[in-house]
Design a protein around this ligand. Structure first.
Ligand code: GLA
Length: 734
């Protein structure tokens, strides 16, 4: 049993293989958090928060003269506004009479095998043999508000997901002003660091680590998408935690819209982590009998440092979040024409790229932006998903037949959520744009955003996109989103419901994705938002890979992929070899190195193959071969970060290890060559200490035990020149 309840003590214990989560129905029925961490060996943690009288921390009325009982001081599971807890809360409800105090007490609970799918939302799924769910019902007697807290325990994956279903069981309407998904409290919080992942377009998910401090540290987005600027993933870890050691907690939001992730250290050094939909501009009407389900948060705990934490997320997301026929399959090696041609292409040009690509072993051509309407630049045609016959006289089917005849698959780009003013769709439906009444609206990349909260917009997109997908043998979709949301107002909703639009937008995107992925189960969907602007667990439920960044410079990508790897597995990270000088940075990096870096993801190319030299084409051939050889290791293997590129500007290294530990691939990039440089030692990880591994290094074949490799390290041969890379394949000798 992953979940147990001790009725006498009122204690719930959620157990995974290497973690334990405890809570207790405390005095007066308040649900209190006790503990999250390594297995506790049978003890419970009620003793950790001794009753103390704290001035200015109020006491519930029932406590009478006992001033030691205060919600402001106790550890909570789901704190509500107005209960005497002055820290960040999860819930704020505005009732009909203008009051907004909510007082939640335990009412009942149930434990059942399996996990239910939340309607319209992505989630971490699992069968009855994998996951067990605890639902704890809390209620406010006075207002009739109920909160059903959901805890799903994935025992073997060392993960727990949390969400809340908030129900208005009263006869009066109420408004939800704040409905977060999760709160995680800990006493003695000063000992922690917090890690967040900030960024910008073309430089996503930079790791930023800081000691907690009194007050709040917040990572959030009010851009309508999870954003390049902050990722909905935070880590809390011991101050001395590293890749292999220290206690680490992760909170990952399975959601793609506005979010907030807060870390608060209070006056008594208690720490509170909260995560959920951003309360800014959120105002959800809850009519009598209605309920609101928050998106879920996936929590993982690791005693084995940040690397251990990442590997738990990788396994969970590979197997229990990503779905569909491509989840466990080798993804086709693709060539995307964006950086090859931008908008300037026609059928013959695409066929030329595909022909050259097919000769080198590449398997799919992805036709990016520019194939529809009159799209010769980024000022027009979004919304008009009909082929530009000028560029593609044979239509999509004609192109597809020519590509397929070369033995190549064809993929296509869409930006479904957007609309150009210069488009047929805009001329017909100006009210389908998200825009406040009487305002012109804010343009971004010359475009507006469609009101995805409207069913008819989603229906239109479903029929337009599915007509395209049916019109030819298209086997891949790149789903882009190239601006953020402003002027968020829907012509279809009354004034009192405009605070629902941001979330309804995301629900609309999810419903379109759900319908399309169900109707085209064999099509591989790749998410994208100006690169990795919506790289989150919500999107991964629909698209098993996401274009990681518009920055294709291999040296910059080392950092971007490093940051991305903290939560997301390599199988989900779209990564391509592009031309040099690189289009974003002007940097020139050897072709081989570009391949080594792109191979730490869903591998492909983003250049005009016909312009490559004979030598480069040879290199493509051997990269394709290498990826075909190592794809399972990269997709299913354990990932180890061996260096931190934000601290080490000299070289970078990472490693994949097969689940049975018999194979490993070590990747090394010398970033900055030095004269008379010290020898670089890499310390592989995750090998079997007793096993013997063969490998080739510096042209010599060698044999060492796993222990020797891990303890003694592997001296890298001297390399001359910046940005050179080498890989070492370790194979167990049986
Ligand atoms: C975004 C994507 C790119 C490309 C362009 C096309 O920026 O991230 O990969 O598809 O749009 O306009």
């Amino acid at each position: 049993m992953a979940i147990t309840f001790d009725g006498q003590a009122g204690v719930f214990i959620l157990r995974t293989r290497r973690s334990e989560y405890q809570m207790q129905i405390g005095r007066f029925g308040y649900l209190q958090h006790l503990y999250y961490g390594s297995p506790a060996g049978g003890s419970t943690f009620g003793y950790r928060t001794p009753p103390v009288d704290r001035s200015f921390s109020g006491n519930p009325y029932e406590a009478g003269k006992d001033r030691t009982f205060s919600l402001d001081v106790l550890l909570q599971e789901y704190p509500a506004f107005g209960s005497g807890d002055f820290r960040e809360t999860c819930l704020r409800v505005l009732y009909q009479d203008g009051s907004s105090d909510t007082d939640l007490r335990y009412r009942s609970h149930s434990i059942r095998p399996g996990k239910q799918k939340p309607q319209g939302l992505p989630y971490v799924y699992g069968g009855e043999d994998e996951v067990e769910t605890l639902e704890i019902l809390l209620a406010d007697e006075k207002t009739g508000l109920e909160v059903a807290l959901q805890y799903a325990v994935f025992e073997d994956r060392d993960a727990i997901t949390r969400s809340a279903v908030i129900r208005n069981a009263s006869a009066q309407p109420a408004r939800l002003l704040r409905a977060l998904s999760c709160c995680l409290d800990a006493p003695d919080g000063e000992r922690f660091d917090v890690i967040t992942f900030y960024g910008r377009h073309a430089m996503e998910r930079s790791e930023e680590r800081t000691p907690v401090r009194h007050g709040k540290i917040v990572a959030d987005s009010i851009r309508g998408a999870s954003s390049h600027q902050q990722n909905p993933f935070v880590v809390l870890c011991d101050r001395n935690a590293g890749e292999d050691c220290g206690r680490c907690y992760g909170l990952s939001f399975v959601y793609s819209g506005n979010f907030t992730a807060g870390v608060e250290l209070d006056q008594f050094n208690a720490l509170r982590l909260t995560m959920g939909i951003h309360p800014e501009a959120f105002d959800w009407q809850l009519l009598p009998g209605e309920s609101f389900t928050t998106p879920e948060v996936a929590l993982c705990y690791s005693e084995e440092g940040l690397g251990g934490l990442s590997r738990r997320y990788h396994r969970l997301y590979r197997k229990n979040l990503c779905r569909g026929s491509w989840r466990d399959k080798r993804r086709p090696i693709l060539v995307n024409n964006w950086e090859a041609t931008y908008f300037r292409f026609d059928e013959d040009k695409l066929v030329e790229i595909a022909r050259e690509a097919s000769e080198l072993g590449i398997e799919m051509l992805v036709m990016d932006d520019g194939w529809f309407g009159k799209r010769d630049g980024d000022t027009c045609s979004l919304g008009d998903w009909t082929v530009d016959a000028g560029k593609l006289p044979g239509g999509l089917d004609g192109l597809c037949r020519r590509i397929n005849a070369l033995g190549m698959k064809l993929g296509i780009w869409f930006e479904p959520e957007m609309i150009s003013e210069d488009s047929q769709l805009y001329r017909e439906h100006p009210d389908w744009v998200l825009r406040s009444p009487g305002r012109d609206g804010v343009r971004s990349r010359y475009q507006f955003v469609l009101d995805m909260s409207r069913g008819e917009v989603v229906d239109y997109l479903y029929s337009a996109l599915s007509a395209v997908l049916r019109s030819a043998n298209l086997e891949y979709v790149k789903w882009d989103m190239n601006r953020h949301l402003c002027n968020v107002w829907s012509a279809q909703l009354p004034a009192g419901r405009q605070g629902e639009v941001y979330h309804r937008y995301v629900l609309g995107v999810y419903s379109l994705l759900e319908r399309l992925t169900a109707a085209f189960p064999d099509v591989l969907f790749e998410g994208c938002s100006g690169g990795g602007g919506r790289f989150d667990a919500g999107m991964l439920y629909y698209t098993p890979q996401i274009w990681c960044s518009d920055n294709t410079d291999a040296i910059e990508r080392i950092k971007i992929q490093y940051g991305t790897s903290f939560c997301y597995p390599a199988s989900t990270i779209g990564a391509h070899v592009s031309a040099c000088p690189n289009h974003q940075t002007g940097r020139t990096v050897p072709f081989h190195t570009r391949g080594v870096v792109a191979m730490a993801g869903a591998f492909g190319y983003e250049l005009d193959i016909s312009k490559l030299t004979a030598e480069e084409k040879e290199e493509v051939r051997s990269q394709v071969e290498a990826f075909k050889k190592h794809h399972a290791l990269i997709r299913e293997g354990d990932y180890y970060r061996l260096t931190n590129p934000f601290q080490n500007s000299r070289y970078a290294a990472w490693q994949f290890v097969s689940p049975d530990r018999a194979h490993a691939l070590l990747c090394y990039v010398l970033i900055h060559a030095q004269a008379s440089a010290p020898v670089v030692y890499l310390y592989p990880r995750g090998l079997l200490p007793e096993a013997r591994y063969t490998f080739e290094l510096g042209g010599e074949s060698q044999l060492l035990t796993g222990a020797a490799l891990m303890q003694g390290g592997l001296p890298m041969p001297r390399i001359r020149g910046d940005y050179r890379a080498l890989t070492v394949e370790l194979e167990q000798v049986l």
